[in-house]
Design a binder for this molecule. Sequence first.
Ligand code: URP
Ligand code: ZN
Ligand code: ZN
Length: 471
Amino acid sequence: MGATLIRNGRIVTAVDDYTADIVVGADGRIETIGRNIPVTGDLEVHDAAGLLVLPGGVDVHTHLDWEFGPTRTVDTFETGTKAAAFGGTTTLIDFCNQPRGGSPLQGLEEWHERRATACVDVGAHLIMLDVNAQSLEDMKSLIRHEGVSTFKLFMAYPGVLMLDDGAIFKAMRVAGANGGMTCVHAENGQVISVLVEEALAQGLKGPRYHATTRPTILEGEATHRAIRLAELARAPLYLVHLSAGEALAAVTEARDRGVPIHAETCPHYLFLSEEDYERPGFESAKYVMTPPLRSHHHQHQLWRGLRTDDLQVVSTDHCPFCYGEEPYGMKSSKQQGIDDFSRIPNGAPGVETRLPLLFDGAVGQQGMSINRFVEITSTAPAKLFGLFPRKGTVAVGSDGDLVLFDPGEQWVIRAAEHHSRVDYSLFEGRRVTGRVKKVFLRGQCIVDGALWAGRPGMGQYLSRGASGHAR
Ligand code: URP
Ligand code: ZN
Ligand code: ZN
């Protein structure tokens, strides 16, 4: 590949907004940024006049080709990363499981085999399922030698993924002492199990009871507990998929005291609500993700959190299961729970729509600056997860991961036009303003309108540095 010149674009980073040309060298890194860079024969030239030039999106929460109890997500690394690219995301950090009774290092090795077909750059978080003396040692090796500096710990899903508080505390302490950070799914799994059992015993079996059995108070309680454990462990903490006002209040309180607590929310919590569980028949199973969708009151709190930086990141929690059984089978289908909401695979797709949805909703409707939009979708996740300045900005020396974005184009979200294998969109029929036009991965144009010029295997593994530092 030769060098690439992107001319006349409006470059927006988390801090700057100016018009200039960018040259990405043959090594895939940004070589020059300046005005009126001469066009020479060895440059592939792209005109960005009238377009925003943004750093490639960084989505730090995806589940590709992921085993989740008796289910498996339907996107492979090839399809999930291609969908990400069409949505303007050039970096993913994906979750990989420690095998039960096995080593996290073995889990990473298996994940590397699956991610070999990735079309954009990918890093890994390790989900700890067995915390013992050996796996705590392995965490140190993962940070020092494997470029994995974040670990997911579940306070929910008893019997499948949940850890007890002692195990959580031990893992936090090792992560914190070694430049790592834990990412916690904060819900009180044991109390949720009681509520689920009681609902089923009363014959309440439809998808809507997924939401009523996971009340916000149990997210607030677990978030508070996770924060206090992290404080005791003297470790940075990242709360994943935060959805509830009570949880945000706990984060805000801790941050106000100067404790290194960070949190993300997801587009579905910002744009959808519990009203989606009133859809007829089984259709609301499409909206069964964990935590569930909440009321508008909580939504307003989340927007407040983004404004005040109590929430620093918006990621997708892309965890795709088809609605129908065909063509990928029952293991990857919501139909597993047709007679029992507790068997509906938890998770929803979203990797392709994050940037346009947020541009439309946050910048267009909530008055967020474009700089802040870049910060929450690219820069802050790159910094927190040990990828900055290689990722997350437009600067000389950074990877030439660039998105040419038309801030004025209106279009309608349709699952039929997506590149994921999943057969529905949470946002079907939604009209948005702002569209990804071209995407460059390390200087190579991989998306050009509807054309795909990427290829499986071109995504590199991202060996990450220390995590947990926002600045
Ligand atoms: O429903 C969800 N969020 N599924 C993915 C697993 C998780 O909790 O992140
Ligand atoms: Zn989770
Ligand atoms: Zn998740």
